[in-house]
Ligand binder design. Structure first.
Ligand SMILES: [Zn+2]
Ligand SMILES: [Zn+2]
Length: 413
């Protein structure tokens, strides 16, 4: 009996994950079907050339709702079954609807720590700590072999105890571990979300006017960090309609701050409101307006607000006389590299144009190099296949039994 593993993409780069496991009978399982992070907007034909689209349908498992893990789903044959966490399905479908490319195919959803069967494969998902909500590690068992897929994870977020518990009682006899290595070779601070919260508290306290913060609406740990810092400093967190929708949607799965809670307001801007109305969602806009404020309010009592900032909000803010000034501060709370993109540059120009103080407060969604090594050592896998990293060739010291593969190169287990 021969079990074969192929990493179609992500042995040499961060993201675009696509890993195939084939059983001896030819049944296939795909771990993620991600879009490469460097793909141009609108680019098509991005599926890896080594992935066979004919033959037996492959069952797709989506580890978490980040584009570099699910972004090519629509390019996969419609007959291929898809499994993911329940919140992951909702987030993926919500994002797809927003960008006008709705996903209508059915997902089957899993529960953490509950094994399920996909053909000859037994799959056990383990909820993990990552900047995406509802992210999982996946244990695949087939024909006596055991493969652990780390997905994306960290040990310094609000759910770090999930990973430390997993490390204290790892699965037995892992033959192959596919391990992410995003932060190998990087040199940055690895602070916890709690430490970050303390830094935001300081910034909110020191700032006379508003604090404008750019963060991802789907980075729920960060929304919680900002909300807690607001509660501690007497400010109100202002989120946009999209973020309000994400928080409402996830309220089913976790006790998260949302519209209607104290010290959180939804800013109703015309660009976003029109987008929702065009999708026939007037009722949502009206419901959110009950907990909403108009953008002009942000100009009236500046010291009250921590203001969500994204490119698509700037025009409406500007029209309502909301422009950062020397009393204000702004914080980029995402990966610094995004500041170099066209949207990042435009935002930086607007945020800094009148002398508002800049402050980069952020912590990574991925494990530090030390934590990656600790995790690998705890798992005791027969071999470690590096993926989702750009520095594995120069920073593999401290990992045992590395089995370096190229994209598309098969490994018989
Ligand atoms: Zn990723
Ligand atoms: Zn991710």
């Amino acid at each position: 009996m021969t079990v074969k593993l192929v990493v179609h993409r992500a042995t040499q780069e961060i993201g675009g994950n696509c890993v195939e496991v084939t059983a001896s009978g030819g049944q296939r399982l795909l771990l993620d079907i991600g879009r490469p992070l460097d793909a141009a907007r609108g680019a098509t034909d991005l599926l890896p050339a080594t992935l066979d689209l004919g033959g037996a349908p492959a069952t797709i498992l989506i580890s978490h709702p980040h584009q570099d893990h699910y972004g090519l789903l629509q390019a996969a044959p419609a007959a291929w079954p898809v499994h993911s966490g329940a919140a992951t399905e909702k987030l993926i479908k919500l994002t797809a609807a927003i960008v006008g490319e709705p996903i209508t195919r059915d997902f089957r959803t899993w529960n953490s720590d509950r094994p399920f069967q996909a053909g000859p494969f037994t799959v056990t998902p383990f909820l993990t700590d990552h900047s995406a909500f509802d992210a999982y590690m996946l244990l695949i068992e087939v024909e006596g072999r055991r493969i652990l897929y780390s997905g994306d994870f960290r040990l310094h977020g609000r759910k770090s105890s999930l990973v430390t518990r997993f490390m204290s009682k790892p699965p037995d006899d892992i033959d192959v571990m596919l391990l992410e290595g995003t932060n190998l070779g990087a040199d940055k601070p690895w602070m916890s979300e709690d430490e970050l919260e303390a830094q935001f508290c300081r910034l909110f306290g020191e700032t006379r006017g508003r604090v404008f913060v750019a963060w991802s609406a789907q980075n729920i740990d960060r929304t919680v960090t900002l909300y807690r810092a607001c509660l501690k400093t007497g400010r109100t967190l202002v989120v946009d309609l999209y973020t309000a929708e994400v928080l409402e949607l996830l309220g089913e799965y976790a006790n998260l701050p949302r519209a209607g809670w104290k010290q959180i307001r939804v800013v109703i801007t015309s660009a976003f409101a029109n987008l929702y109305r065009a999708r026939g969602n007037e009722a949502f806009v009206s419901r959110m307006a009950e907990h909403g404020i108009a953008a002009r309010r942000l100009a009236e009592t500046p010291s009250e607000w921590v203001v969500m900032t994204r490119k698509s909000l700037i025009r409406d803010y500007f029209r309502q006389n909301v422009t950062p000034d020397a009393d204000d501060a702004w914080s980029w709370s995402m990966w610094r590299g995004y500041l170099d993109g066209a949207d990042g540059q435009a935002m930086q120009a607007w945020l800094g144009c009148n002398g508002a103080r800049a402050c980069h407060l952020h912590t990574s969604g991925h494990a530090s190099p030390d934590d990656l090594r600790k995790f690998a050592s705890a798992m005791q896998a027969g071999c470690v296949v590096p993926i989702h990293g750009a520095a594995w060739d120069t920073h593999a010291a401290g990992f045992d039994a590395i089995r370096r593969l190229g994209d598309g190169e098969p490994l018989v287990i």
